[in-house]
Design a protein around this ligand. Structure first.
Ligand SMILES: *Cc1c(COP(=O)(O)O)cnc(C)c1O
Length: 866
């Protein structure tokens, strides 16, 4: 029986988790839309472009948010709760329009309004540029956290940089990655508001003048510096259904009008104005490295720029709340850690520690020990990786030139730190060397992770296994010191999470509806309720519905793939997906080798049963990461061969998902059958992509790495395909002396695949293109792909076998969905709030909506709190 096709627009109307469309609501939105088209876009419907309609709708939706935004900030000003500051060099926000409608509960009204105006809202949504101010997991985590902090009613702020160019756009040309600048602000941004009145100066370079005794721990003067201004732009971050709207404040660099005054005076006025660009380059572009440290001067400038501007803002707001004649009893900075929590997203904003010391000592003229206590009690640090090449170790000569006073402060911190270690571990000189903030072997460098640990009261990893690894190995010495000092709970775990609003309600309306039909509409705020789906595993009708939603999502993605890349995919095949940044440790190459194995099997035995697959791989390589770019080229070469082989037909297809980004993730993840999470055990700190797939009913093939471990635990080890070495086995193999070639020699399908690649089977025109690449793998294989390969292929065979039984497979999908509640970022943020920040989540707080009366006379005092 052919069922009536249901469009997403129709689906989105059926469910009140997206708000109920009321007659007045729809009518107001239409009026506002028409007003914006006329007055803001200055167009009528005869000449309006799709983009005009997008901006008219975006402005309409934004208008609905501003009253709530002002009221939220007024509320914070009056109640003066402890503020949480999330400092991050990356906020990978993606699109805002649909998310805003959803969180404000006006999606249904907007859908209906656009429908009545004869416009396709999904088409308009597609015209919004992604805010791609992040590289991957770390930046997307920050974005999920903003959503959860607002939803939990926390008085919180994101602080970062408003890059003029976000993560590059990836083009695939003849199989190679080509980078294009991401000019995301070209057509304007409907969501942010410049706040020139809160612009602050940031200083660089110059030198330090000390007091008469030359003591670095006493107030000093930083002189002869160069100044750049930091201009804030505020983006509202709405909570889900609670009228809370918090602020993401991103800074852009502005040259002072006096810039290059010397040149002005010597007469080259034109040159002086042109040179203003030099200062403004600070916020020009996001560094496109994921899990890799590139010690460039401009990057260090970015890191100090955001930290310096943010701390001025935090202290201004603290003073206006405490010293602003509102609470004269508390007049000192001693209350600072009770009123302010600063969370450092990796070491990227680690200069917050010496900068806060500088402000307290040099500007507020505080004693060192008192200032230090305040800093430590305020700051907390999240570690995101153990890969040594990702750890920030800034050359001392760079810091000395750019931040002379900060280097002195770091030296002072280190001196006291070393004294402290000596006290607890007398005579242990190797320990002093290992734990020092200053690395002396080779070029002198500052170890920023060590600085963060010493300057924070809490240090956390991002999944249980990762937190254990940092405590047992990388930061072991620091844990031992902490124990000697009698500190409790300094080293913690906070397993990452994702927001169920964007990653289910928004991206998978069919599944969201189905869930709401069964368990009600509370789950987006309380994801543990998904457990209530568990008994439905035995309900064949429900299982069929779950399977049907997945099938519809696959068909929709197939239409997109046809439109974008003109590839026909078999929607009955298994959609086998690996989307994430391209990195050797994530082992996309292992996935590619498995494709070659499947291809060879089909060619050798064309009539044998084969469970059809569409393998999709997507992700960006850092522009300077040669091996990652070779992996992309290889996957595309394999795809070209496989996709055009008539013997293969629609049993096997390979799709490179060009320009993987947040908005593409929202299309791909709901359509996946299989999620590839195959990093070498011990290398992926957590992963969050893994959680998005689980929540959307894909099964995982993965190693016991990162949060995969906890995903398996939530399902008692069932309904997930785990393979490969565990962390201790990887370590043991290293100790024994890993010999990759031995695996190449002893696994026949592996040897065949590697020989083919090496000899140019997939690129006959340039037959030696991958010879060196394969040689290197067989001789080094840092991430032990060859050691895990046999287990991987065997596990993939079990996956194929399981896929044949559609009903059983779908039951496993539902078991995954039902077990995914733990991975809501609401849970993660509640733990940060209680265990690190000392604030209590307010899930039931509801700020009065703009049309509802306030308890007191309305004032404009809220503006003071922006
Ligand atoms: C979630 C997400 C990531 C992180 O994926 P991992 O598999 O955890 O590395 C990267 N990029 C985008 C666009 C994402 O949405």
């Amino acid at each position: 029986m052919a069922s009536k096709p249901v469009t997403d627009q129709e689906k989105r109307k059926q469910i009140s988790v997206r708000g109920i469309a009321s007659l007045e609501g729809v009518s107001d939105i239409k009026k506002s839309f028409n007003r914006h088209l006329h007055y803001t876009l200055v167009k009528d419907r005869n000449v309006a472009t799709g983009r005009d309609y997008y901006f008219a709708l975006a402005n309409t939706v934004r208008d609905q948010m501003v009253g709530r935004w002002i009221r939220t900030q007024q509320y914070y000003y009056e109640k003066d709760p402890k503020r949480v500051y999330y400092l991050s060099l990356e906020f990978y926000m993606g699109r805002a329009l649909q998310n805003t409608m959803l969180n404000l509960g006006i999606q249904s009204s907007c859908d209906e309004a656009m429908y009545q105006l004869g416009l396709d809202i999904e088409e308009l949504e597609e015209l919004e540029e992604d805010a791609g101010l992040g590289n991957g997991g770390l930046g997307r985590l920050a974005a999920c956290f903003l959503d959860s902090m607002a939803t939990l009613g926390l008085a919180s702020y994101g602080y970062g940089i408003r890059y003029e160019y976000g993560i590059f756009n990836q083009k695939i040309r003849e199989g190679w990655q080509v980078e294009e600048a991401d000019d995301w602000l070209r057509y304007g941004n409907a969501w942010d508001k410049a706040r020139p009145e809160y612009m602050v100066p940031v200083h660089f370079f110059g030198n330090v003048e000390h007091g008469p005794d030359g003591d670095w721990s006493k107030p000093c003067k930083w002189v002869n510096s160069q100044v750049v201004f930091a201009m804030p732009y505020d983006t509202p971050t709405p909570g889900y259904g609670n009228n809370t709207v918090n602020t993401l404040r991103l800074y852009t660099a502005k040259s002072p009008n006096s810039f290059n005054l010397g040149v002005f005076n010597t007469g080259d006025y034109i040159q002086a104005v042109c040179d203003r660009n030099l200062a403004e380059n600070i916020s020009r572009v996001l560094y496109p490295n994921d899990n890799f440290f590139e010690g460039k001067e401009l990057r260090l400038k970015q890191e100090y720029f955001v930290v310096c501007a943010t701390l001025q803002d935090i202290i201004r707001r603290f003073k206006s709340s405490i010293f602003g004649c509102r609470d004269p009893v508390r007049t000192s900075f001693d209350a600072f850690p009770d009123k302010v929590a600063i969370q450092l997203n990796d070491t990227h904003p680690s200069l917050a520690i010496p900068e806060l010391m500088r402000l307290l000592i040099d500007i507020e003229e505080m004693e060192w020990d008192r200032a230090w206590k305040i800093v430590v009690n305020t700051c907390a640090y999240t570690n995101h990786t153990v890969l040594p090449e990702a750890l920030e170790r800034w050359p001392v000569h760079l810091m000395e030139k750019m931040l002379p006073r900060h280097l002195e402060i770091i030296y002072m911190i280190n001196q006291k730190h070393i004294e402290n270690i000596s006290k607890h571990f007398p005579g242990d000189f190797d320990r002093l060397r290992r734990m020092s903030l200053v690395e002396e072997d080779g070029e002198k460098r500052i170890n920023m992770a060590h600085l963060c640990i010493v300057g924070s009261h809490a240090v956390n990893g991002v999944a249980a296994i990762h937190s254990k690894i940092i405590q047992d190995s990388v930061f072991k010495d620091f844990v031992e010191l902490s124990e000697k000092m009698g500190e409790v709970n300094k080293f913690q775990n906070k397993t990452n999470g994702i927001t169920p609003r964007r990653w289910l309600l928004l991206c998978n309306p069919g599944l969201a509806d189905l869930i709401a039909e069964k368990i009600g509409e509370d789950w987006p705020k309380n994801l543990d309720q998904l457990r209530e789906l568990t008994p439905l595993i035995d309900n064949p009708t429900f299982i069929r519905s779950i399977g049907q939603v997945k099938q519809e999502n696959k068909m929709k993605l197939a239409r997109f793939i046809k439109k974008e890349w003109n590839i026909d995919v078999n929607v009955a095949s298994m959609f086998d997906v690996q989307v994430k940044r391209i990195h050797e440790y994530k082992r996309q190459l292992m996935n590619a080798l498995h494709i070659v194995v499947m291809y060879n099997r089909i060619k050798a035995n064309p009539n044998k049963e084969f469970v059809p697959r569409t393998v999709m791989i997507g992700g960006k390589a850092a522009p300077g990461y040669h091996t990652a770019k070779m992996i992309i080229k290889l996957i595309n070469n394999i795809a070209a061969m496989v996709n055009h082989d008539p013997i293969v037909g629609d049993k096997l297809k390979v799709v490179y998902l060009e320009n993987y980004r947040v908005s593409l993730a929202e299309k791909v993840i709901p359509a996946a059958d299989l999620s590839e999470q195959i990093s070498t055990a011990g290398t992926e700190a957590s992963g969050t992509g893994n959680m998005k797939f689980m929540l959307n009913g894909a099964l995982t093939i993965g190693t016991l790495d990162g949060a995969n471990v906890e995903m398996a635990e939530e399902m008692n080890g069932e309904n997930i395909f785990i393979f490969g070495m565990k962390v201790h086995e990887v370590e043991e193999l290293d100790k024994a002396g890993y010999n990759a070639r031995q695996f190449y020699e002893s696994v026949p399908e592996l040897k065949t695949a590697l020989d083919q690649i090496s000899s140019g089977y997939f690129n006959p025109m340039e037959a030696d293109q991958f010879t060196h690449f394969v040689e290197n793998l067989i001789n080094h294989d840092r991430f032990k792909l060859l050691a895990d390969f046999k287990a991987y292929v065997e596990c993939q065979d079990r996956v194929s076998e399981a896929f044949k039984d559609t009903e059983k497979w779908t039951k496993m999908c539902l078991a995954n969905i039902a077990a995914s509640g733990k991975f809501s970022s609401d849970r993660t943020i509640s733990q940060y709030a209680r265990e690190i920040w000392g604030v209590e989540p307010q899930p039931d707080l509801k700020i009065p909506a703009p049309h509802e009366p306030l308890e007191r006379a309305e004032t404009s005092e809220g503006y003071k709190d922006f």
